[in-house]
Design a protein around this ligand. Structure first.
Ligand code: ZN
Length: 120
């Protein structure tokens, strides 16, 4: 990967990170608004469901933030775009579709087939 491509992905990942962090903040702010004045138990139940849904989304966001940060570290270390399984270059098209990926399509596909076969 040349410097221009590396720069492109660095910007892309930084933008993604900014979006994720600002969205994560919004979710936290919404959750800190007191909503405990539910007289109706049905309201309370749906509120609980909503809350656990939000927590799951937050959990996913946190994982994604971690992945984006790791990808940015790989850019700094000059290991970005290299498959962690076979050491080959990951195609630019694949990186554009999924900038946080750590595996080339061949390894990813092989792992997925294996996971399915093993029932993981
Ligand atoms: Zn590979």
């Amino acid at each position: 990967m040349d410097d221009k491509e590396l720069e492109f992905f660095k910007n892309l990942l930084n933008e993604r990170l900014k979006d994720l962090i600002s969205h994560a903040d919004e979710t936290v702010n919404e959750m800190t608004i007191p909503k405990d004045n539910f007289a109706d138990p049905t309201d309370r139940a749906s509120h609980e469901a909503e809350r656990s849904f939000e927590l799951r989304i937050r959990d996913r966001e946190h994982k994604l933030i971690k992945k984006v940060k790791e990808a940015l570290t790989r850019i700094e270390n000059n290991t970005y775009g290299i498959c962690e399984s076979c050491g080959d270059d990951i195609s630019i098209a694949r990186l554009k579709a999924r900038p946080v990926t750590t595996q080339c399509i061949e390894c990813k596909t092989r792992d997925e087939v294996m996971e399915k076969a093993l029932g993981i």
